[in-house]
Each structure stands twice: as structure tokens, then as C-alpha cells.
Unconditional design. Structure first.
Length: 116
């Protein structure tokens, strides 16, 4: 398991397509964006068999549009992982996430969280 937190900011004059957005599993990309974005997501993993594990995750994010106007969104879901290369700790799996819109299916190779 783990926890991921992030905050991104943009300056005045930044075009809308470069503004930061909430990037939680289950939230449509660029749906909640603004001048400032903050998010926290946690994931728990339960090792079910030597190569199989089950995950549960959830998070909350907020996009600041203007002073005093924030949009907050929550999302969460479940999934499973299969260790395809135990020596390297490499997993492959599927996640189903629920957010403000329809459920979303993710294919996960390695980690669901991108590293900078």
C-alpha cells in the first residue's frame, strides 16, 4: 500500500489546456482543472496468494478556479494484481474505479502512480 499527495499551481496567462487538473483514478482527465490543484490518494494491498493480490484505493482532489471557488471530487475503487516478474517486483492487473461519472476500467502495468 501507499499514499500519494500532490499540489500543482499555474501562473496567470497559462492556457486552459496547460492548467493543472485532478488526476485521480476514476476522475476523467482534465474534467476538474484550475489555477491550483491538490490531491491525495491512498492504496491498500492484500496479498491473497503468492502471485496474486487485491487492492483497494480512494482519494480526494480539489481544483481552485478563483479565490473562494473550489471544485472538490472524490473517487475510489478496487482491483487485482498478478506478479508477472517476482524477481523484479513487476505486477500486472486491472482496476475498476468509481468517481462522479461512469465507472472506469484501468489496465495497470507496474504502478498505478506515475513517478516524476
Amino acid at each position: 500500500g501507499g499514499v500519494r499527495a500532490g499540489w500543482r499551481d499555474s501562473s496567470d496567462g497559462t492556457p486552459f489546456y496547460l492548467r493543472p487538473y485532478v488526476g485521480l483514478r476514476g476522475v476523467q482527465a482534465m474534467r476538474y482543472q484550475g489555477e491550483e490543484v491538490a490531491e491525495v490518494e491512498a492504496e491498500l494491498r492484500f496479498q491473497w496468494r503468492p502471485r496474486w493480490s487485491v487492492v483497494a484505493f480512494g482519494g480526494i482532489g480539489t481544483a481552485g478556479i478563483e479565490a473562494g471557488e473550489d471544485e472538490t471530487v472524490t473517487a475510489g475503487g478496487v482491483g487485482f494484481r498478478y506478479a508477472i516478474a517476482r524477481t523484479y517486483g513487476l505486477h500486472l492487473g486491472l482496476d475498476v474505479a468509481w468517481g462522479p461519472d461512469d465507472p472506469v476500467l484501468y489496465v495497470v502495468f507496474g504502478s498505478a502512480w506515475l513517478r516524476p
